[in-house]
Design a protein around this ligand. Structure first.
Ligand code: AMP
Ligand code: MG
Length: 416
C-alpha cells in the first residue's frame, strides 16, 4: 500500500490529534459511584468521595506560640521597665485562670492563652526576679499568640471531593478530628497480553520467542495508580482465544487493557474480536510513539487495546489510560500540566505527528536544569523509558535547537 502512496494519503486524512483523541476517549469514562469508609491510616492515595468541612476551629483556642509569659497589654509601660508578678503556670493541655491586672502567667508553647491576656512575652526577653518578671520590650497586641481558627475556621471546607489523599491531607483531616474518610472504591482492571512469541520471565527463551515485558510494565503502572488487577497473562494469537479472554476479562472489571494484536495483520485479532463482541472505536493517532489505539465497550466495560511495542504501551498508558483511570476514580484533576524546560538537544527532523520523546532533567555545567533526550527514541527501546523521567513533547512539524524552551511532562505527575 505504501508503495502506491495510498497509505500516506489516507493517514493525512485520518490521523486524530492527541487532544481530540483524548477528549473522545474521556467521554466514555464516568466516575465510579460506589464509595467506602476507610480509616485515616488506610486512606493514603485513595480518592476522596465527598467534600470535607470542619466542625471546629483549628486551633480550637488561642494559644501561645512561644515559651514565655502571658500578660495584659494594658500593664506594659512604654519606654521603661515593666514589672509583673507571676501568679500561675500554664503548660500545654491545661487551661489557666483569667489574668488579673498587674500579673503574668508562665506559659508554654501550645498552651491556651488565658482570658484577658493579649500578649505573650518571649522568655528570652524577660529577667526573672523571684515571683516577678521584669522586661523592657516593644509589645504589639496579639504578639506570640496563635489566634483561634488561624489555620481553619469552623464551617470552612478543607478538602474537596476528588482529591487524591496525600500524607498532608490525612494530617489535615486528623487536625479537625475526623478518623475516617469516604473514598471512591478502587478501580478493577482486567489485563492480558496477546502474542504467540511471548514467554514468561523465568522460563527459557526458545528461538523466535521474547519475554513478555508489557505484563510487568502495565502491572506496575496500574499498581502505581492504585488499581486492583485481574491478570489473565499471555493469550495466543487466535480469534477464539482472544474472544474468550475479552469475555473473561470484562467480567466484574471497570476496564480491560491489552497489548498487541491491534494492527491489521492476519495475526492481529483484538480488533476483530472487539467488533464481534461489542462496540469498537479505532483511532489512528497523530502521535509518536503510538499506533492505532483500539477502544471499545464490551459487557458495559471499557476496553483499551494498546499496541504491542513496549515503548508504545508505556507511552499510550501515560497519555490515554492514566487520564481515563483518573476520571473513573472520580478525581478532580485529570490532566497533567507540562512544565517549561530548556532543551539540551537539537531536533532537526520535524514530524507531522506530535512526538513524546523520552527525556530526563539534568543539570548543565552552570547548575541550571535542562532536558536531555535518550539517544535512541525507537518504539522498541524500553531502555529509554527506564532512563527517562518524563516526555519532552515536540509539537507537530517543529524543529528544536539546543537552548530553546520545550514542554516537559513528568512521568510522576502523569501517574500520581
Ligand atoms: P503487535 O502489535 O502484536 O504486532 O506487536 C508489536 C511488537 O511488540 C512486536 O514486535 C511484538 O513482538 C512486541 N510485543 C507484543 N507484545 C509484547 C509483550 N507483551 N512484551 C514485549 N513485547 C511485545
Ligand atoms: Mg502480536
Amino acid at each position: 500500500m505504501a508503495d502506491c502512496g495510498c497509505d500516506s494519503i489516507k493517514e493525512k486524512i485520518d490521523l486524530v490529534p492527541y487532544d481530540e483523541a483524548l477528549e473522545k476517549l474521556l467521554k466514555f469514562a464516568s466516575s465510579v459511584q460506589q464509595t467506602e469508609n476507610v480509616a485515616l491510616t488506610q486512606s493514603l492515595n485513595r480518592i476522596l468521595a465527598t467534600d470535607i468541612t470542619s466542625a471546629i476551629d483549628v486551633p480550637p483556642a488561642a494559644n501561645s506560640a512561644m515559651d514565655g509569659y502571658a500578660i495584659r497589654l494594658s500593664d506594659v509601660n512604654t519606654g521603661s521597665d515593666t514589672r509583673l508578678r507571676v501568679t500561675q503556670r500554664i503548660p500545654a493541655g491545661i487551661t489557666g485562670e483569667p489574668i488579673q491586672a498587674g500579673t503574668a502567667a508562665r506559659i508554654f508553647t501550645g498552651a491556651p492563652v488565658p482570658a484577658a491576656a493579649d500578649v505573650v512575652i518571649m522568655q528570652e526577653q524577660v529577667n526573672v526576679d523571684g515571683d516577678y518578671i521584669c522586661f523592657e520590650a516593644s509589645v504589639k497586641p496579639g504578639q506570640n499568640i496563635r489566634a483561634a481558627g488561624e489555620d481553619i475556621k469552623s464551617g470552612q471546607m478543607i478538602l474537596t471531593q476528588g482529591t487524591k489523599l496525600r500524607a498532608q491531607e490525612l494530617g489535615l483531616a486528623a487536625s479537625i478530628g475526623v478518623s475516617q474518610l469516604t473514598v471512591t472504591r478502587r478501580i478493577r482492571v482486567g489485563i492480558f497480553f496477546t502474542g504467540d512469541e511471548l514467554v514468561e520471565p523465568g522460563q527459557p527463551l526458545t528461538p523466535g520467542k521474547i519475554y513478555d515485558s508489557n505484563r510487568y510494565t502495565l502491572t506496575g503502572l496500574l499498581q502505581t495508580m492504585g488499581c486492583d488487577i485481574v491478570d489473565l497473562g499471555i493469550v495466543g494469537d487466535t480469534l477464539e482465544q482472544t474472544e474468550q479472554a475479552i469475555l473473561t476479562a470484562t467480567e466484574q472489571t471497570d476496564l480491560v487493557i491489552t497489548s498487541g494484536g491491534v494492527s491489521v495483520g492476519e495475526e492481529d485479532h483484538v480488533r476483530l474480536a472487539l467488533e464481534k463482541l461489542g462496540e469498537l472505536h479505532m483511532w489512528r493517532l497523530k502521535i509518536k510513539p503510538g499506533k492505532p489505539l483500539a477502544f471499545g465497550i464490551v459487557n458495559d466495560t471499557a476496553f483499551m487495546g494498546l499496541p504491542g511495542n513496549p515503548v508504545s504501551v508505556f507511552a499510550t498508558f501515560c497519555l490515554f489510560v492514566a487520564p481515563f483511570i483518573k476520571k473513573l476514580q472520580g478525581r478532580n484533576k485529570i490532566y497533567t500540566e507540562s512544565t517549561r524546560m530548556t532543551a539540551a538537544f537539537d531536533w532537526s527532523k520535524p514530524d507531522r505527528r506530535r512526538e513524546f520523546t523520552r527525556a530526563r532533567i539534568e543539570r548543565d555545567k552552570d547548575n541550571q536544569l535542562h532536558a536531555s533526550l535518550y539517544p535512541n527514541q525507537g518504539s522498541g527501546v524500553l531502555m529509554s523509558t527506564s532512563w527517562a523521567d518524563g516526555f519532552v513533547v515536540i509539537a507537530e512539524d517543529s524543529v528544536i535547537k539546543s537552548g530553546d524552551t520545550v514542554n516537559y511532562l513528568s512521568f510522576n505527575d502523569i501517574l500520581e
